[in-house]
Design a protein around this ligand. Structure first.
Ligand code: ADP
Ligand code: MG
Length: 373
């Protein structure tokens, strides 16, 4: 068991998944063993300000923390927006100084761009503190659907056909792209920003005439775009936990309440989407999904956690869709639910992630030191 740590919880952020992060963080903070660990909360506003927050965790999910944090910051000190402290200094201050590295764990409950894509993980590396979840490389590859597919392909994890392009290839050349898609993928096809999440910017092009609309929509979110063959099948998700010897959870199924699992199907209160845990599938298929989930986790050199998502065709074929290196963490989110069904409670899961963060940091730190000698 780890000794008590100072846990620096980061939430919010500038990505389109700001609100989901708040909901996740509200649950994470309540499930950290407060009798054992000290918790420091830092919220990142939509416009990128880092604010210390000392109020009730109940105010995180609905966003009302922000007003309180701004008030607190005016009354005390360190906020970045006043140019008083750099972000690195803020982390150092929260930890109680550089010498406290071993006693600190940063928990970035952040989804999407700048939170789950290796950028903020790079900052933690610079600051030298342990942090929960994947490192810089695995986060950035996991976030970029085009690059993740290259790695999955190398590892021979089955997946659908795809084409990656960028804005320059697309502008003014829609008919060339339409022809390429017609030849290589067929219709319908899926068009997505390579770097996004929560289905933001994802569209189903039913036919060639809908293609342009989908491309223009996706290009609002990223310079790089991926077109994918449409896969008709059920959606399966598997949670992975660990560092070098990761474990896979039971498999869960998402049953979208609409044509596909779009933003509303994921988050609207009116959504008819459901989950089935464990999924009603043959044990052999579940075993295959677990095996591929671990393979994907290792292929990207992930650490801590990831949720790996698949399609299951009627003929039993399993195809990987994507990997999420910081999956949703609300108490009804798939990741903690899958572990609960696999025998690890939400509280124990958080404790395990804190341990894994310290473990990974110790390993990495040793390598850095020996390199210097
Ligand atoms: N190639 C595909 N074939 C069929 N459905 C797809 C395909 N790609 C995505 N989808 C649907 O769109 C949803 C969101 O796509 P996904 O790639 O998971 O993006 P995000 O990272 O935003 O979750 C999926 O859960 C699924 O319902
Ligand atoms: Mg997804």
């Amino acid at each position: 068991m780890t000794k008590g740590k100072k846990i620096i919880l980061l939430f919010g952020g500038q990505s389109s998944e700001h609100e989901i992060s708040l909901k996740s963080a509200g649950c994470v903070v309540k499930n950290i063993d407060a009798g054992k660990h000290d918790i420091v909360m830092i919220g990142i506003t939509r416009d990128g300000r880092w604010l210390n927050y000392r109020g009730s965790p109940d105010k995180i999910a609905d966003g009302s923390w922000e007003k309180d944090a701004l008030k607190q910051s005016r009354e005390s000190s360190p906020v970045r927006d006043e140019n008083t402290n750099s972000v690195l200094e803020m982390i150092n201050n929260a930890a109680g100084g550089k010498s406290e590295t071993e006693k600190t764990v940063i928990f970035p409950v952040l989804h999407g761009v700048n939170g789950e894509d290796g950028t903020i993980q790079g900052l933690f590396e610079l600051a030298g503190f342990p942090y929960v979840g994947c490192g810089v490389l695995s986060s950035s590859i996991g976030m970029d659907k085009g690059f993740a597919k290259i790695v999955f392909g190398r590892e021979k994890i089955p997946q659908g056909k795809y084409i990656v392009m960028n804005r320059k290839n697309i502008s003014g050349k829609i008919s060339d792209i339409a022809a390429k898609i017609r030849g290589e993928l067929g219709y319908p096809c899926f068009i997505k920003p390579c770097n996004a999440g929560s289905s933001v910017g994802v569209g189903k092009a039913e036919n060639e005439s809908k293609l342009e609309t989908c491309l223009i929509h996706a290009m609002q979110y990223d310079r790089r775009i991926i077109a994918e063959e449409f896969i008709k099948g059920r959606e399966m998700e598997c949670a992975v936990l660990g560092n070098d010897a990761p474990r896979a959870s039971v498999v869960g199924e998402i049953i979208p309440g609409s044509d596909f699992y779009d933003y509303n199907a994921k988050y609207s209160s009116k959504s008819r989407s459901r989950v089935a845990i464990p999924a009603d599938i043959p044990e052999k298929t579940a075993g295959k999904i677990r095996k591929y989930a671990i393979k994907a986790f290792k292929a990207l050199d992930c650490s801590g956690l990831s949720r790996v998502d698949f399609f299951l065709r009627d003929n039993g074929d399993v195809l990987i869709n994507e990997i999420n290196t910081m999956p949703g963490f609300t108490d009804i989110s798939m990741y903690p639910k899958l572990w609960e069904a696999s025998g690890i409670s939400y509280q124990n899961l958080i404790e395990k992630l804190i341990e894994l963060a310290s473990e990974r940091h110790r390993e990495t730190f040793r390598a850095t030191c020996s390199h210097k000698k």
